[in-house]
Write a protein that binds this ligand. Structure first.
Ligand SMILES: C[S@@+](CC[C@H](N)C(=O)[O-])C[C@H]1O[C@@H](n2cnc3c(N)ncnc32)[C@H](O)[C@@H]1O
Length: 316
């Protein structure tokens, strides 16, 4: 059966979801058994997708199947639907590229931390097989295919871990206010602490290992050389934000955040859930069920997900 026929056999409006690189297996699990896979792209009936997709880099609601009898006709069908297009190419690369060359495109280019974006109108498409196009005129998000690159700071932060917080605050959450009281657990060598310092926060930075010297000497940082799991909520002032990038099992992190939540002394949380081997979907579900939560995978996450739990004003 042709791919187009398989798609036509799916019932009702369709949704497509592009997996993050190397996270196809996780997205396949989330999309369910009805979904069809084309490289990193999964297509399923919209009605079968009920949850927020953690492992989806770019979501294409209301995906359409368009005939593509020739390069010119394929390009003109797309042009009639949207001024600009981003191509996800997984097969028939040359033909897809020739169609894309007839279209206007759009890329975010290198972006700055906390940059504001004008939402441009653009679509996303793929050449499913030689003579069928799968297209969406309103993919979610500001970045075509969910791809972007930061103008990185290659001088100051000791590693690239700081990009996880840059991405969180540029795309998902408004950053903490100046002089917010925050704690950074598992902070060494100090990228997250540095980001929070640049935002004007007052930081308790906690790790068993030492902070990078140039970060430790910045103002408003108190370094506590401690086991984060031994620290009790009433040993520190009430917190506007608690951050954790500790290397530990999802179970240990869950117990840790539950004890801080139970204390009532933390308003907002940003924590990395780290996986070893198989991704633990049952633990992701436990984090998702905490009121006010979202679990997302960031472009800068490795085999990790990020748990966000914040008061309403902070969602972007
Ligand atoms: C991925 S690194 C954190 C990177 C950091 N966010 C940054 O931007 O530089 C994980 C850190 O967790 C720390 N860690 C692991 N177990 C810990 C524990 N029980 N208490 C405190 N820190 C711990 C490690 O020492 C390590 O520095």
């Amino acid at each position: 059966m042709s791919l187009a026929t398989q798609i036509q056999n799916l019932k009702g409006p369709l949704i497509a979801a592009l997996a993050f690189e190397k996270r196809e297996a996780e997205l396949a699990e989330e999309m369910g058994p009805e979904a069809l896979q084309f490289g990193r792209l999964f297509v399923a009936p919209s009605a079968s997708i009920k949850q927020n997709l953690v492992w989806c880099q770019n979501l294409w609601p209301e995906t359409l199947l368009l005939p593509c009898p020739s390069i010119t006709q394929g390009a003109s069908s797309l042009k009639s639907l949207s001024p600009r297009w981003a191509l996800y190419s997984y097969e028939n690369h040359r033909r897809a590229q020739l169609i894309q060359e007839k279209l206007k495109t759009w890329a975010l280019g290198e972006i700055k931390f906390l940059q504001d974006f004008d939402k441009k109108t653009f679509g996303a498409w793929t050449l499913l097989e030689k003579d069928w196009i799968l297209a969406c005129t309103k993919p979610l998000g500001v970045a075509p295919l969910g791809e972007f690159q930061f103008m990185e700071n290659r001088q100051f932060p000791p590693t690239r871990a700081y990009l996880k917080l840059w991405e969180t605050f540029t795309f998902h959450l408004h950053p903490p206010e100046k002089l917010a009281q925050v704690m950074d657990l598992g902070s060494c060598p100090g990228g997250w602490t540095w980001v929070l310092q640049t935002l004007g926060c007052q930081i308790s930075s906690v790790d068993k290992a030492p902070l990078d010297k140039k970060i430790a000497s910045l103002p408003r940082i108190q370094f506590l050389k401690k086991d984060a799991f031994a620290l009790k909520p009433d040993e520190v002032p009430p917190l506007d934000w608690l951050f954790s990038d500790i290397i530990c099992t999802p179970e240990r992190l869950f117990e840790l955040v539950q004890s801080w939540r139970a204390s009532g002394r933390v308003k907002n949380f940003v924590c990395t859930i780290k996986f070893k081997g198989k991704t633990d979907f049952s633990m992701i579900e436990k984090f998702q069920k905490i009121p006010g939560s979202r679990v997302i995978h960031l472009l800068h996450n490795k085999h990790e997900a990020t748990w966000l739990c914040v008061e309403k004003p902070y969602w972007r």
